[in-house]
Ligand binder design. Structure first.
Ligand SMILES: [Zn+2]
Ligand SMILES: [Zn+2]
Length: 180
């Protein structure tokens, strides 16, 4: 089986973010359906697993290698390190339990960048706004199992507004962005 709308991970997109974007593009209100069809469990983005089913759903457009590069898996042979966009970073530097977004990015591009998963990054260097990890309406922390990059499970749009980030947070975000 193949999805009607097929795609591959962008260079700055984690596996979580890719599956969420793919689900939305195919009209699903939850990524769970795609995970089930691909034979993936809930830890697919953070623990090594077989991505052949997911690759198959994209008709091979997303290769198994490209999908694995987008995953935040243990960096082999590098104790305490995980991969982010294919680069080893300290596992403690990643904030993977909850999703964070730049409201302006999800509004304009519909993408969630890998950069947002770095704990030290709290601002978007493109929009000068603070990242958010909560829905402005229901107040819940954002997870990856939501209807779309810019939609909370409660139905509220997440892509509006955004508070101006402070200069210190912006410098850190810019430095991390160049480093990435
Ligand atoms: Zn942004
Ligand atoms: Zn909400």
């Amino acid at each position: 089986m193949r999805l009607a709308v097929r795609s591959a991970p962008k260079a700055d997109e984690t596996l979580h973010a890719f599956v969420l974007r793919l689900a939305t593009a195919n009209g699903h209100d939850h990524p769970g359906w795609i995970l089930a069809a691909a034979g993936l469990g809930s830890t697919f983005a953070t623990a090594p697993c077989d991505l052949a089913g997911l690759s198959g759903l994209t008709g091979g457009l997303a290769t198994v290698d490209a999908l694995a590069r987008a995953a935040c898996w243990d960096a082999r042979g590098r104790e305490g390190r995980m991969l982010l966009s294919g680069k080893p970073v300290a596992a403690s530097a990643l904030a993977l339990a909850h999703a964070r977004i730049c409201p302006a990015c999800v509004d304009a591009v519909g993408t969630v960048r890998a950069l947002w998963d770095l704990r030290c990054v709290s601002a978007c260097p493109d929009h000068d706004v603070r990242l958010t990890d909560r829905c402005p309406r229901c107040g819940r922390r954002l997870g990856w199992m939501r209807p779309g990059p810019g939609i909370c499970p409660c139905g509220a749009p997440l892509g509006s507004g955004g508070e101006t980030a402070d200069p210190g947070a912006l410098s850190v975000a810019r430095a991390a962005s160049w480093g990435g």
